[in-house]
Design a protein around this ligand. Structure first.
Ligand SMILES: NC(=O)c1ccc[n+]([C@@H]2O[C@H](COP(=O)([O-])OP(=O)(O)OC[C@H]3O[C@@H](n4cnc5c(N)ncnc54)[C@H](OP(=O)(O)O)[C@@H]3O)[C@@H](O)[C@H]2O)c1
Length: 257
């Protein structure tokens, strides 16, 4: 199979590209470093000629509902336009578990993306997953202020990006299937506790402040909704196993050994 991966340089996209190649597929990475911009809509059509499926794992870092909607609607529209022009028969999108009632902040864009995929004219599959184990790492780079890390109070059920990627490649292989069962991690956890365990593991002295965010988004994060998968498959890699794996990128040199 010829599989295009939009966002192949990203946290989960790297694993999608590797897993697809390991299964013998030809991987076509789509990203700004290879000349494709899903927001400008440039450079997309030519690499999609002959592709059997596109896996979209692009993303934006934002807490603004407006920016998030604009990003995911535009990226999806541009990708689907190029897919239709190139004759691609399957679009696979990755979304997030339990966001239906949290039409706010980043999640507003994910709901808009799902709607755009459904009406976009290319046969589709949508897989929803919970937050990645790697989300704790992402929070460290995105929410650190000096020696403090501000973590929104969040119930989560984290899953290894590697397992999400494997499920996306399986979905691409299966052909268009609509909304498939969700993928959730093995244990429910507090995000702040995960970040503290990660800092301890890395020997990183930063301190975590666990803050309840206001509004629909903050309530949604605390509610546990985003841990409740529908028809869910439970992934197996625990946060501790992931910490000790090659997939965890240590952000500071360890001082323990
Ligand atoms: N992180 C989580 O915990 C989590 C959980 C569930 C679902 N998801 C979903 O998984 C998807 C990927 O998330 P992630 O955390 O892996 O993202 P990420 O690490 O931030 O990677 C984002 C990717 O998007 C690409 N990208 C951004 N703007 C682009 C543009 N204008 N044109 C082309 N490519 C662009 C980036 O490529 P370049 O910068 O190289 O161009 C990068 O490869 C998202 O849809 C997210 O909602 C994430």
């Amino acid at each position: 199979m010829r599989l295009a991966v939009a966002g192949a340089t990203g946290t989960v996209g790297r694993h999608v590209a590797r897993a697809a190649a390991e299964r013998g597929h030809t991987v076509v990475p789509l990203g700004r470093s290879t000349g494709q911009d899903v927001i400008a809509g440039t450079g997309l059509e030519h690499p999609l000629v002959g592709a059997d499926a596109v896996v979209d794992v692009t993303s934006i870092v934002t807490l603004s509902a407006r920016s998030s909607r604009r990003f995911f609607e535009t990226a999806t529209r541009n990708l689907l336009r190029a897919e239709r022009a190139a004759g691609v028969g399957h679009h696979v999108a990755l979304s997030i578990v339990g966001i239906d009632a949290i039409d706010a902040s980043y999640y507003a864009g994910k709901l808009a993306q799902e709607r755009a995929v459904v009406v976009g004219g290319v046969p589709w599959t949508i897989l929803r997953a919970t937050q990645f184990h790697e989300f704790a790492e992402q929070m460290l780079t995105r929410a650190s202020f000096g020696r403090r890390v501000l973590i929104p109070r969040t119930r989560t059920r984290p899953v290894a990006a590697r397992e999400v990627a494997a499920a996306l490649v399986t979905a691409a292989e299966a052909g268009p299937s609509g909304r498939v069962g969700d993928l959730v991690g093995p244990r429910e956890e507090d995000l702040a506790a995960l970040v503290r365990r990660l800092l301890t593991f890395d020997g990183d002295p930063r301190r975590v402040l666990d803050l309840p965010l206001p509004g629909t988004y903050g309530r949604g994060l605390r509610s546990g909704e985003i841990t409740r998968g529908q028809n869910a498959t439970v992934a197996t890699t625990t946060f501790e196993q992931w910490l000790q794996s090659e997939d965890h990128v240590r952000l500071v040199p360890a001082s323990r050994d």
